[in-house]
Design a protein. Structure first.
Length: 284
């Protein structure tokens, strides 16, 4: 009888530990599901395709002769927005009341994604600031809507942006040699997130992918129209840079560390200055 009791107790003990083991095994699929959801929430990035997203042709590249480049956003037929530091750190002397020399810059807009509109440059800097970081410029020639439709300006509040987070993205000519082609190809990032802890009315921190050359790029809200099977994009803000230093990989190529935050100046921070300029062009 004693031996039977011992054997019975041992069996119960084995069953008890087996039950605990089964609970641990059953919990792992939940952990896997959580990891999958986390992976799905990561920023997705693709190279601009004019056939798929023609409205994003309004994002171009501004080149500073003998120096560097930034991204730029068309908001009226000859009015564009870029980052303020792109202008102020370009070592180009300018007067807000005078025109640029045409050879100081060139601006590349490519309606079909390949052939650029020839002869476009910055004619005059209308306003440029570092705090908050943005610049509004006048181009030397008008770009007709038949070629590129200017992006619609949206003065959303911070709370509005948070409520539409699922449709937020950014686009620019980043300097990475992978998808960005060293700044030659525009890339689009979707599924980006706002970081509310460090954001403010004049600076929005996001998980947007951006490297050198992405400054001046577009922060947008995408609206899909099932009727036309196409998307429209609201201009919500301009990319001005990273909160940490850009890092390089083992090949010396520019990359974005996952912990680096991309900061954006929202349109609401300079809407009062931008709106009259755009409305005046619409009336002319």
């Amino acid at each position: 009888m004693k031996l039977s009791a011992v054997i019975l107790g041992f069996c119960l003990l084995v069953l008890t530990f087996s039950a605990f083991g089964q609970e641990n095994i059953q919990s792992s699929p939940l952990e896997t599901d959580s990891k999958a959801k986390a992976d799905n929430s990561k920023v997705t990035r693709e190279v601009f395709d004019a056939a798929k997203h023609p409205a994003l042709a309004a994002v171009g590249r501004i080149n500073f002769i003998g120096q560097s480049w930034c991204s730029i956003i068309l908001v009226a037929e000859d009015i564009a927005v870029t980052a303020g530091h792109c202008i102020l750190k370009a070592n180009i002397k300018f007067n807000l009341k005078k025109d640029f020399e045409p050879f100081w810059t060139s601006v590349n807009f490519k309606p079909d994604g390949r052939q650029r509109i020839a002869g476009v440059s910055v004619k005059r800097v209308l306003t440029a600031k570092m705090q908050p970081d943005y610049a509004v410029v006048k181009l030397n020639k008008k770009i007709p809507e038949s070629l590129i439709k200017p992006l619609r300006i949206s003065n959303l509040t911070f709370d509005d942006l948070r409520s539409t987070e699922a449709s937020l993205g950014c686009a620019g000519f980043n300097g990475d040699k992978e998808l960005g082609g060293g700044g030659l190809l525009m890339t689009i990032s979707r599924n980006i997130k706002i970081i509310p802890e460090s954001s403010s009315k004049k600076r929005i921190d996001t998980s947007c992918f951006s490297t050198y050359g992405g400054s001046g790029g577009l922060f947008f809200r995408e609206k899909y129209d099932a009727g036309t099977n196409s998307s429209e994009y609201d201009f919500l803000g301009v990319i001005w840079g990273l909160t940490e230093e850009t890092v390089k990989n083992e090949k010396g190529e520019l990359v974005k560390d996952e912990n680096v935050v991309t900061s954006i100046t929202p349109v609401s921070a300079f809407y009062d200055e931008l709106k009259p300029l755009v409305e005046k062009k619409q009336k002319d």
